[in-house]
Ligand binder design. Structure first.
Ligand code: GAL
Length: 827
């Protein structure tokens, strides 16, 4: 978000700024932080049934809570939920929020705005009885001007928000319900920079110099003309780089866009390894006094999608190794939490991921802030459907009235983020095979270009060209034998392929003039820690889709070996092999980085969450994570699986992912089972081993020297728990989180890879449990609670601080097992 004023900025520009309390205030020479959190102390009421009268009254029961809030995640999984298993079998409904607040008398001369980062969905907002507006889109950020309706001083104000997610199904995945993102109150002088009112571009970038262009909208809400002095200072870290000053006269009640140009010598460029950021801090002065100050973080980088070389960033070819993410945060549901999001990105980064696709909707603004800081190549996506729907009550119903506004708001909000490299105008749009698809595609592309000419437009198509039956390794019904009008429309700067790996290598023949991106790939199915007794390729390949799709329940677990995928998809290895091979294939976004709630395709109830993730719902990596790590990072990798608890004499396939070595030797109880190395473009090696209990050990060597050693051991009966926190020191701010992993072990500390004990959690001190999860896609135990059954030896508990600092003790216990305690400090 551009208007996000960070504390470190407050320090550097202290001469200009004076930070004040809740609603902000201004004295002659200082300006308050214009945006403050408006998350705390809301009242909430859920109408239990869609038949309920959708009003509130004096008898309404309210509960106090802080936002962000997702009421669906608090419910129970319900086989007959109108949301279906696609929606995670969790109910929507209709929720009411209200909050009373005061605004200081001195702010009566100012402009006060409320900003919602997102509410799912159909939100209506009133302040002091005045209707402010209704917004159907559950993912878009929106704001209302409160100024004309506010009471100032001691007199209270009341804001009421109705969120209507009762018409179901309206989503193909779990959406969550409620005000699930942050809410802010913004207070500015009547002379101020408009909402999202800066646009920073870097028209020329070289090692010696970058030119910076700023378009800034200054708004004058005074009843008379004002002359504003607009000074933009560019900072790198805390040092001032350059500054530009402009004077502009703005008539009463109107706005003006000014242009400022600056240059940065020897710029430090943003890239995925060192995502260097600059800040443009714009001060608006009125009669010598500071009226407004507004910060826009940005990056200096130059890129193109090249027909031969793929994605080029600052003159260097970079393969996009991306993942698609849905917006839920596992056990936290959709309630946004910056630390939970950051953890997801950290886990992805460890795997070697450098790209994120915000499938299939505008993300929380903080996701892009994190991607800016951490160095991800973001494909920012607008829609999962246009005028033609995919579900009875989805966004298609609002298409005609809202699509232009929603798309414009997305582009204007996100176009300063250096991490955003592509706009996707839609995912698997049903109109793509008709003239209508070309027409809407051109319209949307023009909307984007009018607001941002610096980034290409793509669409995730399935697929852009026909895949015929001989190319397809398996046959499946796909309308791709019809010409894809959207792909041919000229609306797209990059052809986006969802799946269809069979035709990627023919891209230059099919689309000689338009670059390539695999917008969505793979859709492989895995359950962490579950292994078929023998990974018989013949048995599993091409896929186990001899089972009726969407018809009956074929089973709820799939093997962690990389062999099973949706008919439209491909194995992880096959997918990456093709992208890796050809320079002109700019990169790929795997479906998906993390498992998500809902869409357990191909399974039905009792499955309630997806199987597509490289990482499970709790954040525990599945085995194939290490295949990517061996290919996508510089780390030394050696990962062997499965576990080592089988029936005596049974044949077990042992796989290894490795890198940086010429060979790997496998030993069972000290006896060598032979050396192997990857041949050609292989991405793993395999031994067929007759099981005997004991220790399986792999050693990778390069030039005869040991690179890594890994052991897996036959485990005894579960005897103890081992709890480990990702961070033992967290902020005492009421939002920060510690993610604690609990492993089940035997008496010798060996990981119990098949144990599924129920674990109970208790907390002493100023913190609380906000989520429990094992990553099990068929578990119906609530994510909110203090106990959960482990899946294949592991369970997660998420602890949140309060605003009181202190010591916290978290204990995990289970019947008959030794408990384990983690000590945290909140500061
Ligand atoms: C794609 C779709 C995704 C997800 C995936 C599952 O076709 O774009 O949203 O449904 O299939 O394989």
């Amino acid at each position: 978000m551009t208007q996000y004023t960070k504390p470190f900025f407050a320090l550097t520009a202290l001469a200009l700024l004076l930070l004040t309390g809740a609603c902000g205030s201004k004295n002659n020479n200082a300006i308050a932080n214009r945006k403050v959190s408006f998350n705390s102390n809301w009242q909430f009421h859920l109408n239990d049934s869609i038949k309920d009268n959708d009003t509130i009254g004096t008898a309404t029961q309210w509960r106090t809570l802080n936002l962000p809030h997702d009421w669906s995640i608090e419910g129970s999984f319900d086989e007959h939920s109108p949301a279906g298993t696609g929606g995670g079998a969790l109910n929507g409904g209709l929720g009411w929020y209200k909050k009373s607040f005061t605004v200081e008398a001195k702010d009566s001369a100012k402009v006060t705005t409320i900003l919602f980062d997102g509410a799912y969905c159909n939100s209506s907002v009133w302040v002091n009885g005045h209707f402010l507006g209704m917004r159907p889109n559950g993912y878009i950020s929106f704001r209302y001007n409160l100024t004309p309706y506010l009471n100032y001083g001691d007199k209270k104000n009341e804001i009421i928000v109705k969120v209507d997610n009762s018409k179901q199904p309206n989503s193909r995945w779990y959406s969550g319900s409620g005000i699930y993102r942050n809410v802010w109150l913004e207070t500015t002088d009547k002379l101020h920079i408009a909402a999202n009112g800066t646009f920073v571009t870097t028209p020329q970038v070289s090692a010696e110099k970058a030119t910076i262009n700023l378009q800034i909208i200054i708004k004058n809400e005074y009843a008379e003309e004002k002359t504003a002095k607009v000074i933009t200072t560019i900072y790198k870290d805390d040092s001032e780089v350059t500054s530009v000053e402009t004077e502009v006269k703005i008539p009463a009640n109107s706005d003006k866009t000014i242009t400022q140009d600056a240059a940065v010598n020897n710029p430090v460029l943003w890239n995925v390894e060192t995502p260097e950021l600059y800040r443009a801090v714009t001060a608006v002065k009125l009669d010598g006094d500071m009226a407004d100050s507004y910060e826009t973080p940005f990056g200096i980088r130059e890129f193109k999608f090249d027909l031969d070389k793929g994605f080029i960033l600052n003159g260097k070819q970079v393969k996009i190794k991306g993942v698609c993410l849905h917006h839920d945060l596992g056990a936290l549901g959709s309630a946004f939490n910056t630390r939970a999001m950051e953890r997801q990105l950290e886990i992805m980064r460890e795997m070697g991921v450098n790209g994120i696709r915000t499938s299939h909707n505008p993300p929380a603004p903080e996701l892009l802030d994190l991607c800016d800081k951490m160095g991800f190549i973001v494909m920012d996506e607008a829609y999962d459907m246009w005028a033609q729907g995919k579900n009875p009550y989805d966004y298609s119903k609002n298409w005609d009235k809202w699509h232009k506004t929603d798309l414009e708001d997305l582009i204007i909000r996100d176009r300063n983020h250096p991490s955003v490299f592509m706009w996707s105008i839609g995912n698997e749009i049903p109109e793509q095979w008709s003239d209508k698809g070309a027409e809407i595609g051109r319209e949307l592309s023009a909307i984007v270009k009018a607001l941002d000419k610096t980034r290409p437009v793509t669409a995730a198509m399935n697929p852009p060209v026909a895949v015929n039956a001989t190319e397809a390794s398996i046959q499946f019904v796909n309308t791709a034998d019809k010409p894809n009008s959207l792909a041919a429309s000229g609306a797209l700067d990059i052809i986006g392929y969802n799946y269809a790996h069979q035709v990627w290598a023919k891209h230059k023949i099919n689309f000689p003039k338009v670059a390539f991106i695999a917008t969505e790939t793979t859709s492989a199915l895995q359950t962490r820690g579950y292994y078929d007794e023998k990974s018989d390729v013949e048995k599993l390949w091409p896929v186990r889709w001899d089972i009726p799709f969407y018809d009956g329940n074929p089973g709820n677990t799939v093997s962690a070996y990389d062999q099973t995928h949706a008919p439209w998809g491909s194995t992880h290895e096959d997918t990456w092999r093709i992208i890796k091979k050809h320079d002109y294939l700019a990169g790929m976004y795997i479906w998906t980085g993390f498992d998500y709630i809902g869409e357990p395709t191909p399974y039905l109830w009792p499955s309630i969450s997806s199987y597509f993730g490289v990482v499970d719902l709790a954040g525990f990596p599945k085995d194939v994570y290490y295949m990517y790590q061996s290919e996508w990072t510089d780390k030394d990798v050696l990962h062997i699986f499965p576990h080592w608890n089988w029936k005596a004499g049974q044949e077990v396939d042992v796989w290894a992912y490795y890198n940086h070595a010429d060979e790997v030797e496998l030993y069972l109880n000290g006896k060598s089972l032979g050396k192997k190395s990857k041949q050609g473009d292989e991405l793993h090696i395999m031994w067929s081993v007759k099981y005997e209990p004991g220790t399986l050990k792999a050693v990778s060597r390069k030039g005869g020297k040991v690179v890594l050693e890994k052991e897996i051991k036959t485990v005894g009966a579960p005897a103890q728990l081992k709890a480990t926190a990702d961070r033992t020191e967290i902020k005492a701010d009421g939002t920060d989180l510690s993610f604690i992993t609990v492993d089940i072990q035997d008496a010798n500390g060996i990981f119990a890879a098949t144990a599924n004990n129920e674990i109970t959690f208790s907390v002493k001190g100023n913190a609380k449990i906000v989520g429990v999860c094992s990553g099990d896609p068929v578990s119906h135990e609530p994510y909110k609670g203090n106990k959960h059954t482990a899946l294949n030896g592991k369970c997660l508990v998420i602890i949140q601080s309060t605003d009181k600092a202190g010591k916290v003790e978290v204990t995990a216990s289970a019947n008959g097992l030794k408990a384990s305690t983690v000590n945290l400090t909140t500061k």
